[in-house]
Design a protein around this ligand. Structure first.
Ligand SMILES: Cc1ncc(COP(=O)(O)OP(=O)(O)O)c(N)n1
Ligand SMILES: Cc1nc(C(=O)O)sc1CCOP(=O)(O)O
Ligand SMILES: [Mg+2]
Length: 485
């Protein structure tokens, strides 16, 4: 017996963009974002980047038919969309297959011209689209130039958009969404005509060149929603909302019309605007070395400390017998999951690659570890903590300060936990560094329940401990006493 599909599946029938920003690649990323599995019929290749289209290579019609056959005979395709179809021959081949495989929920993004001005559908293609494809579609989503070509009129106003939508509807497609991004004004107006019902969707115009793939992305979002069983009107509203959201979070990739941020990656440049809201006040630094190599003990200790209120967990392996990278990764992933539940930040000591692989929030490095500059370049999404033990080190690290989440200052007191600890700086040394510091100061080294309040009184914004928690017989009470009164 066939198993039910775990995730809804959709189909994109489009051209490939080697630059990854538009075309089929935009469709796949968008569908993935909406938890819809994307299958593909490649109608042609483009040699393309953010600067323009350098070449277009349509697929053999027999290869288009073969891809349809492969996809439609295996998957339960709930909705499909088209993108660049190149010419009349390809449009006819696509229309023939849509008919053959009874594709009902078809969204047509009538891609005619790329952002840089390169044509992606010839004259016969436009004619074949009107004649053979539009009557088979559920929805068509032209932008202004495409709507002008399909409707045969010039569009300057909302009323023109409405007129164009009605004329396009007469070509046989029941629903039309005219995208008004090309019109003048501070707002983007999209005009929807769904059967007899019409409405206008508004969005703030974002003046950026980083909008490559807008049409593909909106139509892919709508298609994904249809594949999930959402009504067409609701799918359009969700797609429009998603577009407004992602154009405001651009990606800085390539030298021209940059791609949209379909996966909603956080903007690394915005990271430090938010660090003020992050809480570095109570950090547990810990690794297998500190719990006799007992993984279960490590996890239960970290869980208890998180529940008790530590705000940061730093995973630090320093034992003489170090676990392998994969063993450390397995541990770090469990710690990440524990921290996620209590919204506790997870940092990794020294190892940037491990921090990336474990999807940690940050990395803590010492003076002899990877440079702050190299971490920013390699992993701009990571928060960074840097060890400082003298005023001279603080002075020498000034250039790195804008990229730091905090500095770890110590050892404040004598510690037996770190074998190669530097000379102690005492509470007065801590105060001196705090007075010159421009980022939060996290004190470390020999701090325990009895000393915690004095550490705060000498200016520390937070503290980090190993033994005070790993050797505690009452973690909840210890964490409570380590927190600022
Ligand atoms: C919060 C905090 N402060 C200082 C350190 C020490 O880091 P580093 O100087 O890299 O020494 P090792 O931890 O690698 O021995 C820290 N880990 N955390
Ligand atoms: C990991 C570490 N770094 C230090 C520094 O001075 O940079 S002192 C230290 C050890 C902290 O352990 P405990 O809380 O048991 O003294
Ligand atoms: Mg280190």
């Amino acid at each position: 017996m066939r198993e039910a599909q775990q995730y809804p599946t959709a189909l994109t029938i489009a051209g490939s963009d080697s630059g990854g920003g538009a075309g089929m690649q935009a469709d796949i990323k968008t569908m993935q974002h909406f938890s819809v599995f994307s299958t593909n019929v490649v109608v042609g290749l483009t040699a393309q980047n953010t600067l323009g289209v350098q070449g277009a290579y349509p697929t053999d019609p027999a290869a288009i038919a073969a891809q349809f056959e492969s996809v439609m005979t295996d998957f339960d395709i709930r909705a499909a969309k088209t993108g660049a179809l190149f010419d009349g021959v390809r449009v006819s081949e696509v229309a023939r297959n849509v008919e053959r495989f009874h594709i009902k929920q078809l969204v047509i993004d009538p891609v005619m011209v790329a952002k840089g001005g390169a044509p992606l559908l010839d004259k016969e293609g436009v004619a074949a689209m009107k004649r053979e494809l539009l009557p088979k579609a559920l929805l068509v989503t032209p932008n202004i130039p495409e709507a002008e070509l399909l409707a045969g009129l010039t569009i300057q106003t909302e009323a023109d958009m409405a007129e164009a939508a009605h004329r396009i509807q007469e070509l046989g497609v029941p629903n039309v969404l005219v995208k008004g991004g090309h019109l003048e004004g501070d707002e983007v107006l999209n005009y929807a005509l769904l059967g007899d019902d019409s409405f206008v969707l508004k969005g703030k115009k974002v003046h950026t060149a980083r909008k490559h793939g807008t049409g593909d992305t909106l139509s892919a979002a709508i298609t994904a929603m249809l594949a999930r069983g959402i009504s067409l009107k609701q799918a359009i509203l969700i797609g429009n909302d998603y577009m407004n959201h992602i154009v405001a979070q651009p990606l800085f990739i390539g030298h021209g019309h940059g791609p949209l941020n379909q996966a909603l990656w956080p903007n690394p440049n915005q990271r430090f605007n938010n660090t003020n809201e992050l809480d570095f006040s109570c950090q547990l630094v810990v690794g297998l070395e500190n719990v006799g190599g007992d993984r279960a003990k490590l996890f239960s200790l970290v869980k208890e400390a998180c529940l008790a209120g530590v705000t940061v967990v730093q995973y630090r392996e320093k034992g003489t017998v170090r676990p392998s990278f994969l063993e450390e990764l397995a541990v770090a992933k469990v710690l990440k999951e524990i921290c996620r539940k209590t919204k506790t930040l997870l940092f990794i000591d020294d190892n940037v690659d491990l921090a990336i692989a474990a999807d940690a929030d940050g990395v803590h490095v010492g003076q002899d570890d990877a440079s702050v500059q190299s971490i920013v370049k390699k992993a701009p999404e990571l928060l960074i903590g840097l060890s400082i033990s003298t005023m001279a080190e603080l002075e020498a690290s000034q250039a790195a300060m804008p990229d730091l989440a905090y500095i770890g200052v110590g050892p404040v007191f004598k510690t037996t936990t770190k074998k190669d600890a530097k000379p102690t700086i005492g509470l007065e040394g801590l105060r001196e560094i705090k007075e010159a510091a421009t980022v939060p100061v996290v004190a470390i080294g020999g701090i325990n329940e009895e000393r915690a309040q004095a550490v705060y009184q000498h200016g520390a914004d937070g503290l980090a401990v190993i033994s005070a928690i790993t050797k505690s017989t009452n973690i909840a009470k210890t964490v409570q006493r380590l927190c600022k009164d």
